[in-house]
Design a protein around this ligand. Structure first.
Ligand code: FAD
Length: 254
């Protein structure tokens, strides 16, 4: 029996639990009994990256040349200020992510110390620094002056994400913890993009592991009492009132 307590209620009880989250966040879950030693190390050796995503919105994409089809426009600019220690802001790319026929939208990423330093100055400073840098690089003054909205998505500050876009393994971790990284612990299974062998760190990777873990659990549930693959049976997972849950907890053992 696998019990997943949530705070506040409800609690869920099922035959299996799938944790579909970055490995480091699994370290913030309390397991009883404790996970095996190598798996217990996994969250400590898989930190999240540190990226802030910035987006600005315009009435129209001023930076595009009039009359030139989108397919012939430069939509991604690479490394305008990379390796330039004199430039106040390191931005290695700017993406034109405007929807067809819609408003103009630009996006960039701020990285590590550069992001931490700039974000500590407050949103107005971030906005000015980013828009000025884009405008200079794109040789388009409207980029600095005509933004109608600006958003900085501060992933490293998000408590339930911790950073972005994904996690990485610290030196030595992959060789010593690789097996524990993927292997289920009893009835606890792991999913989420970081667990994918293809496209880890992307939406595709998350989907791949979602499909893999559901196929795996279908097989296990079939073996464990028989059921039609894909069907949800009332006994697979259910939400119980507290008193009943508390009684079951005394016999809990995953
Ligand atoms: C800025 C940025 C840009 C990106 N751009 C792209 C892109 O262009 N293309 C692309 O393919 N991918 C992109 N990605 C990556 C993509 O977003 C992820 O790969 C994908 O969202 C991972 O999905 P997931 O289901 O594995 O995990 P997540 O989406 O991280 O879902 C995990 C969920 O678990 C929840 N959670 C955590 N802890 C607990 C807990 N204890 N209890 C309950 N719930 C919990 C979290 O709140 C979260 O909702 C980007 C990511 C970022 C941050």
């Amino acid at each position: 029996m696998t019990r997943v307590p949530a705070n506040p209620w409800p609690r869920y009880i099922g035959k299996f639990a799938v944790l579909a989250m970055p490995p480091w966040l699994t370290g913030r879950v309390t397991f009883a009994p404790a996970l095996p030693r190598q798996r217990n190390q996994v969250p400590q050796r898989t930190p999240m990256g540190a990226v802030v995503k910035v987006l600005a919105f315009y009435e129209r994409p001023y930076w595009r040349a009039e009359g030139v089809p989108l397919s012939e426009q430069v939509t991604v600019a690479l490394e305008p200020h990379a390796f330039n220690p004199d430039h106040p802001l390191y931005i290695d790319s700017v993406f034109d992510v405007s929807p067809p026929g819609g408003p103009g939208v630009l996006a960039s990423f701020l990285w590590n110390d550069n992001a931490f330093e700039l974000m500590s100055k407050g949103e107005d400073e971030v906005r000015k620094a980013v828009l000025d840098t884009w405008a200079e690089f794109m040789a388009c003054p409207e980029v600095a002056t005509k933004a109608i909205n600006f958003i900085a998505v501060d992933w490293p500050s998000q408590q339930w994400t911790g950073g972005s876009y994904t996690s990485y393994v610290s030196p030595g971790a992959w060789t010593s913890l690789r097996e524990a990284y993927f292997k289920p612990c009893g009835r606890i299974h792991w999913a989420g993009t970081e667990n994918s062998s293809s496209w880890p760190g992307f939406f595709e990777g998350a989907i791949v592991t979602g499909e893999a873990v559901s196929a795996e659990l279908d097989k296990l549930l079939m073996a464990d009492g028989g059921r039609k693959p894909g069907a949800i049976h009332p006994g697979d997972a259910w939400d119980l009132p507290r008193t009943h849950t508390e009684r079951l907890m005394t016999g809990f053992n995953h």
